[in-house]
Design a protein around this ligand. Structure first.
Ligand code: ADP
Length: 327
């Protein structure tokens, strides 16, 4: 067996196909590790194990490891709405969890400066991100979906009065954080079409935008304005989610439609985008959200609309070549 083969044999169980260019010169073993896609911790662990395995060989007394990594394209999906209170954050949180359940590695950026509700929705209220080398470390949640929120950057209960450059720089801190293994960031935007949306679009170029609207809101052109913002900036529209669509009776489960049915679908196609699905106005969604147990994390009926919407978003990502499935 050659020197190279002996080195490779010693580390193969640890590195699989990630090692290249092994060399042994005067007791010094060197090699290159391709650590593409690994987070900081996994990299450090792999490096340590490789070092130990090589030093265990009698002919090795020094180890040098070089690491290369292809820069992975992390994709952003922006979730926007024409106005507040339409359930944008609820949809963003549940969409992220449903996508995670389908095998994607997902995180959430809560950029809603007016009402950052993602920590509460994700059962991480009061959490604070740590920072390392000037970068924020996203906070893990019970659902395997790490989060960073504008609300975590200020004292609890403090109003966020950020404008223009400050809001943009806060957004930068959240997006340009240590997302490590996360392939897809769901960004919960503030409602409307302000500074945060502009800087999101200009600086961070989302792969696509999901628009959330209620049936009433659609009639009121607010949603159309949000749609226009993305269209003008050439951010592809993934589609429209109709939230609070029809009322689900908590007693019999029957869904009634005070605002009619089919309007949202028609409005979506009139605005030139796909219809991703409807989520009923359902008290179970509100109570679950308040308790930090998002319906999409369960197999209950209340989660089903979110799973269906996530499947469409995942299909869109795959079509646009943006998905990267883990596990
Ligand atoms: P936004 O982010 O658009 O301001 P939120 O997601 O914070 O809206 O939702 C506003 C309120 O409506 C919250 O109390 C939430 O629990 C509730 N809500 C959202 N979607 C639904 C739904 N489909 N059924 C019942 N309540 C909902």
């Amino acid at each position: 067996m050659s020197d190279n083969d002996r080195l490779m044999a010693a580390i193969a169980p640890i590195v699989g196909l990630r090692a290249a260019a092994p060399r042994l010169t005067d007791g010094r073993a060197s090699l290159i590790l391709d650590v593409t896609g690994l987070g900081e911790k996994s990299r450090a662990k792999m490096e340590e194990e490789v070092r130990a395995a090589l030093l265990a060989l009698p002919e090795v007394n020094e180890v040098r490891i070089g690491m290369t990594s292809e820069k992975r394209g992390r994709k952003l999906i922006a979730v926007g709405s024409g106005k507040g209170g339409v359930g944008k954050s609820t949809v963003a949180a549940n969409l992220a969890i449903a996508l995670k359940r389908s095998g994607l590695s997902v995180g959430i950026v809560d950029a809603d400066i007016y009402g950052p509700s993602i920590p509460r929705l994700m059962h991480a209220e009061g959490s604070r991100p740590m920072a390392e080398e000037q970068k924020l470390i996203p906070v893990d949640t019970d659902f395997g979906v790490p989060i960073l929120s504008m609300g975590q950057l200020v004292k609890p209960g403090q109003a966020i009065a950020w404008r223009g450059p400050m809001a943009a720089s806060a957004l930068g801190q959240l997006v340009d954080a240590r997302w490590d293994d996360v392939d897809l960031l769901i960004v919960d935007l503030p409602p409307g079409t302000g500074d945060v949306q502009m800087s999101m679009i200009q600086k961070w170029k989302p792969a696509g935008a999901v628009i959330v609207s209620t049936p009433q809101d659609l009639a009121l052109i607010d949603a159309a304005r949000a749609v226009d913002l993305f269209k003008q900036s050439t951010v592809p529209l993934v589609g429209l989610v109709e939230n609070m669509a029809g009322y689900q009776c908590p007693h019999c489960g029957e869904v009634s439609d005070p605002f009619g049915i089919g309007g949202a679908q028609a409005a979506a196609s009139a605005m030139g985008m796909d219809f991703l699905g409807r989520v009923p106005l359902d008290i179970a969604i509100r109570t679950a959200s308040d308790e930090g147990t998002p319906p999409a994390a369960s197999d209950d009926a209340a989660g089903a609309p979110f799973h269906a919407i996530a499947a469409k978003v995942a299909a869109w990502l795959e079509r646009s070549g943006s998905a990267s499935v883990t596990g």
